[in-house]
Design a protein around this ligand. Structure first.
Ligand SMILES: *[C@@H]1O[C@H](CO)[C@@H](O)[C@H](O)[C@H]1NC(C)=O
Ligand SMILES: *[C@@H]1O[C@H](CO)[C@@H](O)[C@H](O)[C@H]1NC(C)=O
Ligand SMILES: *[C@@H]1O[C@H](CO)[C@@H](O)[C@H](O)[C@H]1NC(C)=O
Ligand SMILES: *[C@@H]1O[C@H](CO)[C@@H](O)[C@H](O)[C@H]1NC(C)=O
Ligand SMILES: *[C@@H]1O[C@H](CO)[C@@H](O)[C@H](O)[C@H]1NC(C)=O
Ligand SMILES: *[C@@H]1O[C@H](CO)[C@@H](O)[C@H](O)[C@H]1NC(C)=O
Ligand SMILES: *[C@@H]1O[C@H](CO)[C@@H](O)[C@H](O)[C@H]1NC(C)=O
Length: 818
């Protein structure tokens, strides 16, 4: 198994490499990128029109002319980070367009020279040759601008062929450096010189001084010196006079104090205008601490510094102080009295700085990322030219004290106090700012709403991002010039108005706690050109509709719309863009909702009224109800034993004056048709000789139902008999089913005499059938009446019809059968 596995692995690796050989990453037909492809040779199949060939990060160890001969358009060749040991520049003889050649980070020991006339960029840095590969062929490379070399030994004659070339940049890496013959570098003619010393070796001071005599721009990396400062050779003054450098950058400097001071002295004396030192480590002298040893040095430095040197800008970044017992006051005094325009001391853990003794030339001071406190520059009247003051990331606490610090800085325009510990106690302190101050950065502090009581009056740009402001108090301060206000990352619950900021043009309120922004923003702030209000926890409800309307009317002034504006509440809508959130007008407008409801009610009332007035629906309803009730009752209580006694369906009682109606309407309607109703009636059924009341009782007892045709006439003339009867017999009250009242005409209550208790009770119950005036309703009336009296009578009763003379001498109209 094992040999097989090995073969498999080997084959896969081979195929992988082969595949890589064939497939450059194609971005563009003129670029062939074989970077990091595990190549051991230059691939054979490179497209012939390739302009840019990237072979970096491979394992190519040798080059041959045949590999490049076909690439006649090649302009850029990157062979950086390969394993080339011998370089014969003649392999590129047919690549006449070659301009960039990068051979850095190889193992080149030997170089065979060749003039490559069009070459502009040649990088052979980080290689292993001992003698510099300088041949007279380079003399004719007139287009050369960038030359990268590495060296262990540099001799005076090495650069002789470059003397007449106008180079732009020379990059020199000196990793295993062992020998430098002074003044070798000065033969070079270059604007920028970049020297990288080995990270673990003493740097060469002659090289530093010669570098400064060679180019205007000098950058040196890794300045270290581990032996005693006493061995450090002081610079020769004759040499100093030749210094050309104006911009000097020292990166990663790790030196003893006295050495740093000497270098500093030299630089101060030179024409250097911009000095940047980054990653600077001060160390104490190795043998014993003897401050007085370098006091003379400090004094001479002091004298120099107080002279008008060439220095304009000094930048110290990432300063580490390894000297423990050291009077920093001396140093602060030196710094504060420098006659320079720009001073940056960044990330130096500096706790203090002194006020300059005389009017200072500082225009730009950047002390970011230190340990400065409220005591800085208090009552300091000498910083009158200072325009920019940057005190980011320090330990300032009192905004009022900061304002007093600026009060004497007559020219101050820009102040950056961001990322401190600033707060303001409104009650305690008044503030006094420089009137010239127009831009103030107070972001990332601990300021609350009272900060608005302590702001410079002429401020134009104000950054209060990332504080603890919950609202912008109205009417506290008027900042008439304020054009740009950043309130992002605070605790605002609503957009601020512009009552105090009449010139506001840009407002940022992102990342606050605004649920429903007020919609009158653009009215109150007519000059605002851009409002950033995104990334707030918007509550998507009715109140937000106003804001959405505001967006529509704002004409694109809302920055970040729509992507930055998302619903947060309610949770069902979380993540929805405000753009996509809609509620109907009705759901949100209470007034509209009320009006609509009112209108609907009115329409309903109108419809009901119409139905009642024109169709008399309640009457129909009542009649239908009575009819169904009667039917139901008839069904439940079918009298069994009574039937034999009863001979009539109903007895009818009425006033003589309503006789016409009874004859023309009631009788014809009840007695017609199949279900013929037998009535005990006036002309037919009265038994003479009996008293009226007796007749009534007989008739009532032989009838299943009693019908009273009620009208004012009836009440006045007839009812007295019945009232008496009811009082004595209580018959109707026990079996009220048998009583049917027909109201022929309405009876006003006052017509009913007080003693007619029964009638009053019956009328009050409204259990009567009303005779409808409208013809159309009468069918239902009759149906109802029929239903009320319908009952199956025994058959013998059909024949039993007697004629009887009725003399109604009395006013009773009473017709009793039998
Ligand atoms: C080639 O690709 C590498 C990454 O694979 C990239 O870093 C490099 O810039 C590319 N080279 C060119 C010339 O585009
Ligand atoms: C060559 O490749 C190296 C490493 O990818 C890169 O740093 C360098 O800038 C490239 N050189 C050129 C001239 O593109
Ligand atoms: C630096 O130079 C001193 C004195 O010339 C020598 O003693 C010391 O070993 C050197 N340090 C290194 C790292 O070469
Ligand atoms: C800063 O200097 C120290 C030693 O002096 C070194 O170890 C470190 O890498 C440097 N840092 C940077 C960012 O250059
Ligand atoms: C000083 O700093 C300011 C602001 O960064 C810049 O505009 C100016 O050019 C600098 N001056 C010098 C002499 O470097
Ligand atoms: C600067 O002022 C301090 C005290 O205010 C004083 O001790 C010091 O001697 C003064 N230095 C110069 C150079 O005037
Ligand atoms: C302050 O100095 C630091 C370090 O040089 C720099 O990164 C930063 O941009 C400067 N700040 C300003 C506002 O110029």
């Amino acid at each position: 198994m094992r040999p097989l596995t090995n073969i498999y692995v080997f084959a896969s690796a081979f195929i992988f490499m082969l595949w890589n050989n064939i497939q450059p990453t194609v971005e563009n037909e003129f670029i062939a990128n074989y970077s990091s492809s595990l190549l051991t040779n230059v691939p054979k199949n490179i497209p012939v029109h390739t302009h840019i060939l990237d072979l970096s990060h491979n394992r190519i160890s040798g080059l041959s002319i045949s590999e490049f001969i076909s690439l006649s358009d090649l302009q850029v060749l990157n062979l950086s980070r390969n394993l080339i040991t011998e370089l014969d520049l003649s392999v590129f003889i047919y690549n006449e367009d070659l301009e960039y050649l990068d051979l850095s980070h190889n193992n080149i020991l030997k170089v065979y020279c060749q003039t490559l006339a069009n070459l502009r960029h040649l990088d052979m840095s980080f290689n292993k040759y001992t003698a510099l590969p300088i041949c007279q062929e380079f003399r004719n490379m007139f287009h050369l601008e960038y030359l990268g070399l590495s060296a262990t030994v540099i001799r005076r004659s090495d650069f002789r062929y470059f003397t007449h070339l106008q180079l732009h940049t020379v990059f020199l890496t000196l990793e295993d450096f062992s020998l430098y013959e002074p003044q070798s570098l000065t033969a070079l003619n270059t604007r920028t010189l970049h020297i990288v010393f080995a990270a673990n070796r003493n740097f060469s001071f002659p090289l530093l001084y010669d570098g400064m005599s060679t180019s205007e721009n000098l950058k040196i990396v890794n300045l270290r010196y581990t032996s005693s400062y006493k061995d450090f050779p002081s610079p020769h003054l004759t040499l100093l006079k030749k210094i050309k450098t104006t911009v000097l950058m020292l990166d990663t400097v790790d030196l003893q104090w006295p050495i740093i001071l000497q270098i500093f002295l030299l630089i101060w004396y030179s024409p250097v205008e911009h000095l940047t030192v980054t990653n600077l480590t001060f160390r104490g002298p190795l043998e014993g601490l003897a401050e007085y040893d370098f006091l003379p040095l400090l004094n001479s430095l002091k004298q120099l510094i107080s002279l008008d040197g060439s220095m304009k800008a000094l930048t110290l970044e990432h300063v580490h102080n390894k000297v423990y017992y050291f009077n920093q006051e001396i140093l602060y005094r030196q710094f504060s009295e420098m006659k320079i325009a720009n001073l940056t001391i960044y990330d130096a853990y500096m706790p203090h700085m002194l006020c300059p003794n005389r009017t200072s030339s500082f225009q730009y001071v950047n002390f970011s990322h230190n340990a400065l406190t409220d005591e800085l520059f208090q009552n300091c009247g000498t910083l009158t030219d200072l325009k920019y003051l940057i005190l980011q990331r320090n330990k300032f606490e009192s905004l009022a004290k900061v304002s007093f610090m600026t009060s004497h800085m007559k020219s101050l325009k820009y102040l950056d106090m961001s990322s401190n510990l600033l707060s303001h106690d409104g009650a305690d302190a008044r503030c006094q700012w420089a009137e010239s101050l127009s831009e103030l950065d107070l972001s990332s502090n601990q300021l609350t709403d009272v900060v608005f009581e302590c702001l410079p009056v002429n401020i134009k740009t104000l950054n209060l991002q990332n504080n603890q402001i919950a609202s912008v108090p109205r009417g506290v301060t008027e900042l008439k010039s304020l054009a740009e206000l950043n309130l992002a990352l605070n605790r605002l619950a609503d957009l601020p108005g512009c009552s105090g900021f009449s010139s506001l043009e840009f407002l940022n309120t992102e990342m606050n706690l605004i649920l429903t922004p007020s919609a009158d923003f653009f009215q109150s702030c007519p000059r605002v050109r851009e409002l950033q209000a995104g990334h707030n926890p918007f509550k998507c409800s009715c109140e937000l509709q106003d804001f959405l309307r505001l967006e529509r009317r704002s004409g694109g002034k809302l920055a970040g719309w729509p992507a930055a504006y998302l619903c947060e509440y309610p949770s069902a809508l979380r993540g929805t863009q405000l753009k996509d959130f809609h509620l109907s007008e009705l759901a949100c407008n209470t007034a509209l909702l009320l009006v609509t409801a009112l209108l609907l009610t009115l329409v309903l009332v109108a419809v009901v009224a119409f139905l009642c007035i024109y169709l008399d629906v309640p009457w129909y309803v009542r009649m239908t109800w009575q009819w169904t009730q009667t039917k139901r009752r008839a069904w439940h209580s079918r009298p069994e034993g009574q039937e034999t006694v009863l001979q009539f369906h109903a007895f009818v009682s009425y006033s003589e004056r309503d006789a016409l109606w009874v004859k023309n309407e009631l009788i014809p309607n009840l007695e017609k048709g199949e279900d013929c109703v037998q009535l005990c009636q006036h002309e037919r059924n009265f038994i003479p000789g009996k008293s009226i009341v007796e007749n009534i009782i007989t008739c009532i007892e032989k009838s299943y139902k009693s019908i009273f045709v009620l009208s004012p006439n009836f009440v006045q003339s007839e009812w007295c008999h019945y009232e008496l009867y009811f009082a004595h017999h209580k018959l109707f009250s026990e079996n009220s089913n048998s009583l049917i009242l027909i109201l022929l005409e309405p009876i006003p209550p006052y017509i009913i005499p007080a003693r007619y208790h029964k009638l009053k009770a019956l009328m009050a119950k409204r259990t009567y059938l009303e005779w409808p005036k409208e013809r159309s309703k009468r069918a239902l009336f009759w149906a109802n009446l029929r239903a009320a009296i319908s009952i199956n009578l025994p058959t013998y009763f059909e024949a039993n019809e007697e004629e009887s003379d009725v003399t109604s001498t009395s006013s009773i109209s009473q017709y009793v059968n039998n």
